[in-house]
Design a protein around this ligand. Structure first.
Ligand code: SF4
Length: 233
């Protein structure tokens, strides 16, 4: 396969063509147009990501998958990783911060996630994400348009100006119910915390359960203005 350089115009055209299709069509396009080593799925073990693991592995069994381990993930999230490995035989690549929690506390004081969550996300998520994406030509994410106003216009395929590679969002048009239905229909491992009122799960110190009727992301950085890690802005 020759290495193609995609222009913004071409990506817009591809995105428009994939807009009305099933998520698998976007994944098939990605698998057909990027070498195995140039493409990776970002997996945080949330419902969208486990659904994408299932879809992608069925299209490309040896597809690359990576996750960010902030050292502050729920044990239940790591259990999902282990169950996915067992079910699909995948080998997700782990990217973690260089700075240990003890070093972070020594440098910035205790519980940086409370005093300066942007700084904490920068150290524990953004730097490892940059490492995960360096050298790739495309990445796949599980973002959906109805998750947050910041995601309302997310295209299926676009040029990621922040990290300089192609970004593929196969699930943009799906609702949370669509994702749940797919998980159930395909018997995909998912985080047991979702059954305990945690619709959106990140790091343990920054994730709370939500009350009935609350915004599904209300439990993330509750009480703070922060709504995104910065991964998708
Ligand atoms: S989600 Fe919270 S604990 Fe995790 S990296 Fe961001 S601020 Fe730190």
């Amino acid at each position: 396969m020759s290495v193609k350089v995609w222009t913004e115009e071409e990506l817009n055209k591809v995105s428009a063509e994939l807009e009305g299709g099933e998520p698998q069509e976007a994944l098939k396009w990605a698998a057909d147009n990027f070498e195995r080593d140039d493409l990776s799925l970002a997996c945080s073990f949330g419902p969208e990501d486990v659904a994408l693991v299932d879809m992608l592995v069925k299209i490309k069994p040896d597809a690359r998958i990576f996750y960010l381990d902030t050292d502050l993930l729920f044990k239940e999230s790591l259990d999902v990783r282990d169950r996915l490995i067992e079910k699909y035989g995948i080998n997700p690549e782990r990217f973690a911060p260089e700075m240990t929690l003890a070093q972070m506390e020594q440098e910035y004081g205790p519980e940086l996630w409370k005093s300066a969550p942007d700084k904490c996300c920068g150290i524990r998520k953004m730097v490892p994400l940059g490492e995960a994406l360096s050298g790739l030509k495309a990445w796949v994410t599980g973002i959906r348009r109805d998750q947050a106003p910041t995601r309302a216009n997310a295209p299926v395929v676009s040029w990621d100006t922040k990290f300089n590679l192609v970004k593929i969002n196969p699930l943009v048009r799906w609702t949370s119910e669509d994702v749940c239905d797919y998980i159930k229909a395909n018997d995909i491992p998912y985080n047991v915390l979702h059954d305990r009122n945690y619709p959106s799960i990140g790091c343990e110190p920054c994730t709370n359960p939500v009350k009935p009727g609350e915004d599904p992301r209300a439990g993330r950085w509750a009480g703070k203005e922060k709504t995104e890690c910065g991964l998708h802005k």
